[in-house]
Design a protein around this ligand. Structure first.
Ligand SMILES: *[C@@H]1O[C@H](CO)[C@@H](O)[C@H](O)[C@H]1NC(C)=O
Ligand SMILES: *[C@@H]1O[C@H](CO)[C@@H](O)[C@H](O)[C@H]1NC(C)=O
Ligand SMILES: *[C@@H]1O[C@H](CO)[C@@H](O)[C@H](O)[C@H]1NC(C)=O
Ligand SMILES: *[C@@H]1O[C@H](CO)[C@@H](O)[C@H](O)[C@H]1NC(C)=O
Ligand SMILES: *[C@@H]1O[C@H](CO)[C@@H](O)[C@H](O)[C@H]1NC(C)=O
Ligand SMILES: *[C@@H]1O[C@H](CO)[C@@H](O)[C@H](O)[C@H]1NC(C)=O
Ligand SMILES: *[C@@H]1O[C@H](CO)[C@@H](O)[C@H](O)[C@H]1NC(C)=O
Length: 227
C-alpha cells in the first residue's frame, strides 16, 4: 500500500512537472509579439517612422509591415525589413520566434553583433543581413541551422574567421560574405557542401589559397543581386 501510494505520488509529481515544463516551453503568437516588441525597442532610428507608426500593439502583429505569418501554426513566418534605413541592434529575443523561416534585413544600418540566439531558429531558410553595419564574429552555431538555403552577409564589418561548422549546412545554396573583415582560412568543408551553387568571399582578409568546385564564385560586388 505504501509503495502504491508513493508510486502514485511520484507519478502525480512527474505529471505536474511535465505539464508545467511543457507550458513554460510553449511558444505561441504572444511569444512572437514580445520578441518583435523587443526588436523594435532596440531600433534607435526609423527615419520614415515605418515601425513607429505601423507596429502598434493595438493591431495584430500579422498585419505589421514586414511581418508575415504562417496561418496553419499562427506564428510569424517572415520578418522582412529591407531598405528601411533602420538603425539599431538586433534583440536576442529574435531567437524566440521559433517558426521564423525568412529573416531579411538587407540594406539598413543595423549594427552590433549577430546575436547567437539566431541559431535557435531551426526552421530558418533565408538569412540576409547584407548592406548593414554589423561587427564582430559570426556564431559557430550557425552551422546548426540545418534548413538554411541562403546565408547573405555581404557588405558589413564582420570579422574573425568563418566557422568550420558552416560545412554542416547541407541545404545551403548561396553563401556570400563579400566586403567584410573576415580573416583566417576559408574552411575546406565548403567544398563538401553538395547544394552550394554560389559563393562570394571577395574583399576580405582571408589567408592562404583555396579552390572550390562550385558552379559560381562571385568576385564582383557590383552583382548586388547576390550579395
Ligand atoms: C500563449 O501561451 C501563454 C502561456 O504560455 C498563454 O497564457 C496565452 O494565452 C497564449 N496565447 C495565445 C494567443 O494562445
Ligand atoms: C501597417 O502596414 C500594413 C501594410 O502596409 C497595413 O496593411 C496596415 O494597415 C498598417 N497598420 C497600421 C496600424 O497602420
Ligand atoms: C523582402 O522584401 C523585398 C522588398 O519587397 C523583396 O525584394 C525581397 O525579395 C524580400 N525578401 C524575401 C526573402 O522574400
Ligand atoms: C537602400 O535603401 C534606401 C532607402 O532606405 C534606398 O534609397 C536605396 O536605393 C537602397 N539601396 C539599394 C542598393 O537597394
Ligand atoms: C524567450 O521567451 C521566454 C518566455 O517565453 C523568456 O523568458 C526569455 O527571456 C526569452 N528569451 C529571449 C532571448 O528573449
Ligand atoms: C573583431 O572586432 C571586434 C570589435 O568590433 C574586436 O573586439 C575583436 O577583437 C575582433 N576580432 C578579431 C578576430 O579580429
Ligand atoms: C568531404 O567528404 C568526404 C567524404 O564524405 C570526406 O572523406 C572528407 O574528409 C570531407 N572533406 C572535408 C574537407 O570535410
Amino acid at each position: 500500500m505504501v509503495n502504491l501510494l508513493s508510486g502514485l505520488f511520484l507519478f502525480l509529481l512527474s505529471m505536474h512537472c511535465f505539464v508545467a515544463c511543457l507550458a513554460s516551453n510553449t511558444k505561441n503568437i504572444t511569444t512572437d509579439k514580445y520578441a518583435l516588441l523587443a526588436f523594435k525597442s532596440l531600433i534607435t532610428s526609423d527615419p520614415y517612422d515605418i515601425l513607429a507608426n505601423n507596429w502598434s500593439t493595438s493591431s495584430p502583429i500579422c498585419s505589421w509591415v514586414g511581418v508575415t505569418c504562417d496561418e496553419r501554426h499562427n506564428r510569424v513566418y517572415g520578418l522582412n525589413l529591407t531598405n528601411m534605413n533602420l538603425r539599431g541592434t538586433i534583440s536576442p529575443s529574435i531567437g524566440n520566434m521559433s517558426f521564423l523561416v525568412i529573416l531579411d534585413l538587407h540594406n539598413n544600418s543595423f549594427g552590433g553583433q549577430m546575436p547567437k540566439e539566431i541559431c535557435w531558429l531551426r526552421r530558418l531558410k533565408f538569412l540576409r543581413f547584407s548592406m548593414n553595419k554589423f561587427v564582430g564574429e559570426i556564431p559557430a552555431a550557425l552551422g546548426e541551422l540545418s534548413q538554411l538555403q541562403y546565408l547573405r552577409l555581404g557588405i558589413n564589418n564582420f570579422n574573425g574567421s568563418i566557422p568550420q561548422s558552416i560545412g554542416n549546412l547541407r541545404r545551403l545554396k548561396l553563401f556570400t560574405v563579400v566586403k567584410n573583415m573576415f580573416s583566417g582560412l576559408i574552411p575546406q568543408t565548403i567544398s563538401n557542401m553538395s547544394s552550394l551553387e554560389y559563393v562570394g568571399f571577395s574583399s576580405n582578409y582571408f589567408s592562404g589559397t583555396h579552390s572550390f568546385d562550385i558552379k559560381c564564385v562571385i568576385y564582383d560586388i557590383s552583382l548586388l543581386h547576390f550579395i
